[in-house]
Design a protein around this ligand. Structure first.
Ligand SMILES: [Mg+2]
Length: 337
């Protein structure tokens, strides 16, 4: 273990670590037995519940641009973690935050903590602990949620014959990234719309909980549709047949050339929508759920038996075969933001 400097040296000649935590990250807890301030936080689980937990790290230059608004960064840091709980069908309970900062920038901390805590409040998810230190900007959040024993949605549950659905519309986050990186142009109102998809994703928490008992398998879309679907197929030992033209996208993306549409929707990443599979006879229940939640749920593929688990056959709206030329995002292979 790397020895850490005395806390007074972590942020020399500035607001101290403990003042920083107290000012920006300590709030009274309602659900946790014990929150920020002791050696451990304490959570009480209701009888019959399993603890669901997940960790996501965000590194400047790889997961976000240095120019991102601090409020939106705080929002997104928690949103990507809540999205993992949603994919499991878990209800959020609490989270911890590990934060490395180059210096104590109070303007940054004010915006960041506000974005983080606003989303936390919206999902009744409490900040119960963490750590801060001086270093290159790096955020790591661990979320905790609860799910009734035996009811968690897993990647491994897809069955042959299942329909494959995605929530919402895909590809806008990638579209925004292309514009921000100067590779594409959009009218300014279009940029702001797509930028919200990239910087303010809304985790599908209530949808995930409502899918318990209805979906056979689920995953959240973080690294690109085809790559994330592949995880489900591998874990379930099956294949899929997917209509690339059925993948839902925004009207802005529909105005782009078809190659761009496919690139953004199939391999874009950062969508934070849910992908799930369900029996064909559940189709009416799935559409009733879409209406109840006000979220489009679109069938884009069918699960097929395959001697090569993970096999993905792509076709277009006319049924013609489409060659898979897309690669999902790999955090070790390329610099992304
Ligand atoms: Mg995930």
């Amino acid at each position: 273990m790397i020895p850490s400097p005395a806390s007074s040296e972590r942020f020399p000649r500035m607001m101290g670590e403990f003042d920083l935590i107290k000012t920006y990250f300590t709030r009274p807890t309602k659900r946790a037995v014990l929150g920020v301030g002791d050696d451990c936080a304490l959570l009480a689980l209701a009888p019959g519940m399993h603890l669901a937990t997940s960790t996501d790290m965000l590194v400047e230059g790889r997961h976000f641009l240095s120019t991102v608004d601090p409020y939106r960064l705080g929002h997104k840091a928690l949103a990507v973690n809540l999205s993992d709980l949603a994919a499991c069908g878990a209800r959020p309970l609490a989270f911890t935050l590990a934060l490395a900062l180059p210096s104590v920038d109070e303007k940054f901390l004010e915006g960041f903590s506000q974005g983080l805590l606003d989303l936390a409040q919206a999902h009744d998810c409490e900040l119960i602990g963490g750590d801060t230190t001086r270093g290159p900007l790096n955020l790591c959040i661990t979320v905790f949620g609860e799910v009734p024993a035996g009811q968690a949605l897993l990647r491994s549950g897809a069955r042959v014959g299942d329909d494959v659905y995605v929530s919402g519309a895909l590809g806008d986050a990638r579209l925004a990234l292309e514009v921000l990186c100067g590779r594409l142009n959009l009218p300014s109102n279009g940029l702001e719309l797509t930028r919200r998809a990239l910087e303010l994703p809304q985790p599908r928490v209530s949808l995930g909980m409502a899918l318990r008992g209805l979906a056979h398998s689920a995953i959240d879309l973080s690294d690109g549709l085809l790559g994330d679907l592949h995880h489900v197929l591998l874990a379930s030992g099956v294949g899929a047949r997917l209509n690339v033209d059925a993948v839902p996208c925004s009207s802005l993306l529909q105005e782009q050339p078809i190659d761009w549409q496919h690139e953004c929707t199939l391999a874009g990443g950062d969508d934070y929508e849910l992908l799930f599979t369900a029996a064909p006879e559940s189709a009416p229940a799935v559409q009733a759920l879409a209406a109840a939640q006000g979220i489009p749920l679109t069938c884009i593929a069918q699960i097929i038996a395959s001697e090569r688990p993970g096999e993905l056959r792509l076709h277009d709206k006319h049924g013609a075969k489409v060659v898979n030329q897309w690669h999902s995002f790999d955090h070790f292979a390329a610099v992304n933001t």
